[in-house]
Design a protein around this ligand. Structure first.
Ligand SMILES: Nc1ncnc2c1ncn2[C@@H]1O[C@H](COP(=O)(O)OP(=O)(O)OP(=O)(O)O)[C@@H](O)[C@H]1O
Length: 216
């Protein structure tokens, strides 16, 4: 089933700070977006808005499948994986406990758990508490969630940053497989993802737009 996500003239503010003004974007099954722009421009904020953590000040974010508009709560809970740049792992759980917790939380089956462990080569880490893992290992464990529970839209914040060259290749393969299966990826990155993606480069809204937002 196809999926498309539309951002229609959205504006995002943090405090008094207008970060994004009148942004339009449309993505569909198989699309990958590399979201670039300088530090603080609003890449993470945009990913979090698409994930539904808060609503845009103006404009609309909508998702459609073959049956039409998807209910926003259903879209948020059934279609999206959001992986922030902080790995959301409980420090005192072992990797296995953490992944099994996630599998249970996400209502995933044993096969998906086993597949994720194998695909990401996590067996050597299963008995270690996650607080003991290196930054790259933590990221690899975080990526497992993408395989444990299939979701169509992956919102990834700096997914490659702590990974070494070998693990980057593995993560790139994981993402390309997702796109081949009709998934969508929007990733905040400083270096574009290492395969064909559409680059959306965010820049600060001009002074006029920022001043106008102050009186809204
Ligand atoms: N409560 C607030 N009031 C005003 N500005 C805020 C508030 N919270 C965050 N900001 C600003 O909003 C921006 C949010 O940036 P965000 O994390 O989305 O940027 P980014 O493009 O992902 O940056 P990086 O590349 O450094 O990860 C920052 O400039 C930050 O200073």
């Amino acid at each position: 089933m196809s999926l498309s996500v539309t951002l229609d003239k959205i504006s995002l503010k943090k405090g008094y700070n207008l970060l994004i003004s009148n942004l339009n974007l449309e993505v569909g099954s198989g699309d990958a977006i590399s979201l670039t722009g300088q530090n603080g421009v609003g890449k993470t904020t945009l990913l979090r808005a698409i994930a539904g953590f808060f609503s845009p000040q103006t404009g609309k974010i909508s998702a459609f499948d073959d049956h039409g508009l998807i209910d926003p709560i259903r879209f948020r809970t059934e279609f999206i994986h959001y992986l922030g740049h902080h790995d959301a792992l409980s420090p005192t759980r072992t990797t296995e406990q953490e992944l099994r917790f996630q599998a249970q939380y996400l209502n995933a089956n044993e096969n998906n758990y086993q597949f994720a462990v194998q695909y990401l080569n996590l067996s050597p880490l299963l008995d270690l508490e996650t607080r003991l893992l290196s930054a790259g290992q933590k990221r690899r464990v975080s990526l497992a969630r993408l395989l444990i529970a299939p979701r169509r839209l992956w919102l990834l914040d700096e997914p490659m940053s702590p990974l070494d060259a070998h693990q980057r290749d593995l993560a790139a393969r994981l993402m390309q497989d997702h796109l081949s299966d009709g998934g969508i990826i929007i990733a905040a990155v400083h270096d574009p993802l290492p395969f064909e993606t559409r680059i959306v480069h965010l820049t600060r809204p001009d002074l006029k737009a920022q001043e106008a937002a102050l009186v809204d």
